[in-house]
Write a protein that binds this ligand. Structure first.
Ligand SMILES: *Cc1c(COP(=O)(O)O)cnc(C)c1O
Length: 425
């Protein structure tokens, strides 16, 4: 693309296009991407960047994967979309069956929807409807721990971390939920006890506990001990409270297990999946539940789940999700994630103790450098780009979640990009 062509597009972008979490126009110009292949984004000016973000953690197989491209083209040749009310199709049926097979035991039913936030809305709706149907309509609250992120629509926002989630912006608007302190990295019996007693104290008000298992993503990239999942499973079962695991970020191998719940051997009542579900190709989410949850809702007032988005079960998205799950089913992803984990550890550990660095942590294909101050976003991003790496830091965090197909050399390039971003912050 000519420099004039690029400038014109960027000017139009500034004039008309809203970007995430920003003012209009944006604080700084976005980078113009022309194409992407493998783990590389190709900018319109010809530069190539190794993608350390997997496009917000979704593109686990990289870009233009021949198997995913073929699945999409093949499905487009049959039908791109049909409504899901009264109609069904093989891509959705196959996807539901596969998800039931590979997710933790007990989850038998699948609700397909448009995006992660909507998947969380559906999970919350399932819990509230099931509690009503079970004769406990007073149970309308959700309990969680601080430091979480569950999406940007209103009910999900109400269970995001109250500080990081900008609750102050929404005083009087968001439903008030019940928050425990953030889960510690190590197992702490005192914290476990306080979690149990908080949930027990509010048992008559709480429909469900919702958390991200093992890794809290956009709320602060923090890891916690899997034993807390067992604690939550026990206390929620004891009080007839549903347990919702939001695995939109952790699902499909990111933490080194196919699902983070496997670190604790715990099954939730309701499970949210999204992001990497379609290998980063199309927007799709799935909310799974147990037969108990489904039976309660189906026997309740209204006679069913009160949800049905226009693009529910979109065949293109389901077909590419099936192809992505097919790639994962070989199991080769686990070795690659382990290799990335080793590469991230060796590349990032030397930053521990560097000026401005508060913590370094790595789990599976997730590498995080936490600073003792907020990141200087434009400078940090530009420093990584100068190293040939795409990163999108936030708050005090410079991190990577690379595609699983990233090789050793490119993992080293990413950690060098992180080091450059740290130095520029
Ligand atoms: C990204 C994310 C969501 C929201 O998904 P969207 O597709 O962006 O709506 C919800 N929960 C978790 C844990 C996420 O990481």
């Amino acid at each position: 693309m000519t420099p004039a062509g690029r400038e014109e597009l960027i000017a139009l972008d500034r004039a008309h296009v809203w970007h995430p979490y920003g003012p209009m126009p944006g604080r700084s110009d976005p980078y113009l991407v022309e194409s992407a292949a493998g783990v590389r984004l190709r900018l319109a000016d010809g530069r190539e960047l190794v993608d350390g973000m997997s496009s917000w953690w979704a593109a686990v197989h990289g870009y233009r994967h021949p198997v995913l491209d073929a699945a999409l083209a093949d499905q487009a040749g049959r039908m791109s979309h049909v409504m899901f009310g009264g109609l069904t199709h093989e891509p959705a049926i196959t996807l539901a069956r596969t998800l039931v097979e590979i997710t933790p035991p007990g989850l038998e039913h699948v609700f397909l929807c448009d995006s992660g936030s909507i998947g969380v809305e559906v999970a919350i709706k399932m819990a509230l409807q099931a509690q009503r149907a079970l004769g406990r309509p007073g149970r309308q609250k959700l309990a969680t721990w601080r430091g979480g992120y569950h999406g940007d629509t209103f009910h999900p926002m109400s269970v995001c971390d109250p500080e990081g989630g900008m609750h102050s912006l929404w005083t009087g608007v968001l439903p008030r939920q019940i928050f425990a302190g953030p889960p510690p990295a190590e197992f702490d019996q005192g914290y476990a006890d306080s979690l149990k007693s908080l949930i027990a104290a509010y048992a008559d008000d709480v429909a469900a506990v919702i958390i991200e298992p093992v890794v809290q993503g956009a709320g602060g990239m923090r890891f916690h001990h899997p034993e807390y999942l067992r604690v939550l499973r026990e206390v929620t079962a004891e009080h007839g409270i549903f347990l919702i695991f939001d695995e939109i970020a952790t699902g499909f191998g990111r933490t080194g297990r196919l699902f983070a719940a496997e670190h604790a051997g715990v099954s939730p009542d309701i499970l949210c999946l999204g992001k990497a579900l379609t290998g980063g190709y199309l927007t799709l989410a799935a909310t799974l539940c147990t037969p108990e949850v489904a039976a309660a809702i189906s026997a309740g007032e209204g006679g069913g789940l009160a949800h049905g988005p226009t693009f529910m079960g979109n065949p293109l998205a389901c077909a590419v999700a099936n192809a992505s799950l097919g790639l994962l089913s070989g199991g080769g992803w686990a070795d690659r994630v382990r290799m990335i984990e080793i590469g991230l550890k060796s590349g990032l550990e030397p930053l521990r103790g560097a000026p401005g660095v508060a913590d370094v942590r790595v789990l599976g294909a997730i590498g995080v450098v936490q600073l003792d101050h907020d990141v200087d976003m434009p400078h940090a991003t530009a420093a990584a780009v100068a190293e040939g790496v795409w990163l999108r830091p936030f708050r005090d965090l410079i991190y990577t979640m690379p595609p699983y197909v990233t090789d050793e050399t490119d993992v080293a390039r990413i950690t060098a990009g992180i080091a450059a971003a740290v130095a520029a912050s």
